[in-house]
Design a binder for this molecule. Sequence first.
Ligand SMILES: NC(=O)C1=CN([C@@H]2O[C@H](COP(=O)(O)OP(=O)(O)OC[C@H]3O[C@@H](n4cnc5c(N)ncnc54)[C@H](O)[C@@H]3O)[C@@H](O)[C@H]2O)C=CC1
Ligand SMILES: O=C(O)C(=O)Cc1ccc(O)cc1
Length: 368
Amino acid sequence: MNGQVFVIGLGLIGGSIALSIKHTHLEAKCSGYDVNKEQLKLGKMLGVIDESVSTIREGAEKADLIIIATPVNETKRIVEELAHMNLKRDVIITDAGSTKKEIISSANYLKQKGFTFIGGHPMAGSHKSGVSAARRLLFENAFYLLTPEPHITEEKIDRLKEWLTSTKAKFITVTPHEHDYLTGVISHFPHIIAASLVRRAEESSQTQKLIPRLAAGGFRDITRIASSSPAMWRDILLQNNEVLLGLLEDWKKEMNYVYDMLTTADNEEIFQYFQSAKTFRDEMPQKQKGAIPAFYDLFVDVPDYPGVISEITGYLAKEEISITNISIRETREEITGVLVISFQTEEDRDRAIDCINRQTSFEHTIGM
Ligand SMILES: NC(=O)C1=CN([C@@H]2O[C@H](COP(=O)(O)OP(=O)(O)OC[C@H]3O[C@@H](n4cnc5c(N)ncnc54)[C@H](O)[C@@H]3O)[C@@H](O)[C@H]2O)C=CC1
Ligand SMILES: O=C(O)C(=O)Cc1ccc(O)cc1
């Protein structure tokens, strides 16, 4: 498609959407605005946007598509601000925020002016922030929730999907109310639990100094998302507080149940508790991306000899398998540790597994 695309908030999500749009719509021009001038400069340097603008008005008034990818409280404010601008009549405005009810209610100002706002939420991402973490295929196979209001025509919704086609995401339409409940359960509430587990561990580490060093494996998996942006999650909690308060009530009941179960120490009941969770978890689709990291990690158990890392990366390079990140996770004493290699796509990771199997006898597992 031809036209002017304007991204407000050039971070992980805004940058990833811009990259995928630019990949397919070669005729389109993409401009960006961010309060953080470093992000904007970096976005231009990395080719995520074609040009940067110095005010929202400057980019918005000539845009055919406006994408707001800022923390949700800012999104709400920007949506209201846009309603006072001299926008193109046919412009489509969307956002990428993790909450929808409050943002849609602010979009009422745009509706009154006859502008089209379609709420959007790509359900994939990462605990990483910033434009340097942006990936063209971040949303590949992920669900992309849209919350168009009843007055929005199919033609406008199709036009938005056409712009976003190369995200390769799967679009689903829900109401803002449904959206906030669903994401409350599977994304927002788990972030609260992850943060609280880390806070409890920090408290315990005051007296047990070994805790940070021993916190490996399961603890790291379940708390990865506690490393997400605090500003982003503050805003999400503030906007979805009604749903989250309800879920917290349910959680308190759940914990009371566990408390009683442990008090009575009923062997069978404890077994069933974990069995029922395992059954439901195991039945969840695994290949499908949900609100899970879009970075494909491979954990390779590397033996301790010099040059082992360059040996592995050498094998991958020879087969032209690109990696996005590499790090060592030291989970055990006296051995080198686990090499974590991240790939941009599942296909790259599968090729890497095949390559490592052929070239080495190292054990490995994938990150889920
Ligand atoms: N991080 C994730 O995994 C996902 C995040 N989201 C949503 O996408 C939105 C963006 O999140 P990320 O890209 O992860 O955050 P990010 O921190 O990587 O990027 C946000 C950018 O917005 C900029 N910004 C803040 N206030 C602004 C303003 N008033 N005007 C212009 N720019 C402003 C920041 O400087 C930053 O560069 C949030 O609403 C978040 O809830 C949605 C799906 C996944
Ligand atoms: O990194 C993870 O697992 C996430 O949970 C990413 C994420 C964060 C916010 C969203 O609204 C959707 C997805």
